[in-house]
Design a binder for this molecule. Structure first.
Ligand code: ATP
Length: 195
């Protein structure tokens, strides 16, 4: 099974690109969603997170308090690393199990921090979705009803597009004046041919 990672900064359109791959029949593993599910449901992970961050890391309904967690780890790289050390191995285990049940020429692993986490090294190929900063800011402000400053802060905390392009095998450009469907159809053919 060929495993392809797909990533992109906030608002780049990686989820949108993954929807197109899905339409083409390619299974997509959404690592960030699975991470959230694991934090919400795995009792061992819950215990470790409470041990590290305190009981406020969970809301009264027992779901993870993402805002609280983000507030703590945002400017604390060492706590962020500890959080990732707890959650990432479980996400990776879940991905490998999930792969066993897929029947497609290749699968996609979608994650916001594919390169930062180092997980890309275990995959066969990688795709970076890139969009210029002004468009990303505008799209996220509209989608999340948030401010320009908040989006900029998130962008500054992520690997730059230039660095992602250097590390990726393939690039999808998702600016307003570019069409992603033809790029993805082309890429799909290429991955299948080389897989
Ligand atoms: P995040 O990392 O924040 O989850 P993402 O990279 O997955 O973001 P999307 O959610 O796919 O990005 O896209 C961000 C927003 O921009 C969405 O509201 C989406 O509908 C919109 N969008 C994506 N691509 C385009 C496009 N080419 N033109 C206009 N809007 C777009």
């Amino acid at each position: 099974m060929v495993k392809v990672g797909i990533t992109g900064g906030i608002g780049s359109g990686k989820s949108t690109a993954c929807k197109v791959f899905s339409f083409l029949g390619i299974p997509v593993f959404e690592a960030d969603i699975v991470a959230k599910q694991i934090m919400n449901t795995d009792p061992e992970i819950r215990a470790q997170l409470i041990n590290l961050f305190g009981t406020s890391v969970y809301l009264p309904d027992r779901t993870i308090n993402r805002k609280y967690l983000a507030g703590i780890v945002f400017n604390n790289p060492s706590l962020l690393a500890k959080l990732n050390q707890i959650v990432h191995p479980e996400v990776h285990k879940s991905f490998n199990e999930w792969c066993q049940n897929q029947h497609a020429p290749y699968v996609l692993y979608e994650a916001a921090i594919l390169f930062e986490s180092g997980f890309y090294k275990t995959l066969d190929k990688t795709i970076a979705v890139v969009t210029n900063e002004d468009e990303r800011i505008e799209r996220v402000m509209k989608r999340d009803k948030t401010t320009k400053e908040m989006v900029k802060q998130r962008i500054n905390n992520q690997l730059s597009d230039e660095e992602k392009i250097k590390l990726a095998d393939f690039v999808i450009s998702n600016n307003d004046n570019e069409l992603i469907i033809p790029q993805i159809v082309e890429l799909d053919k290429k991955i299948i041919a080389n897989g």
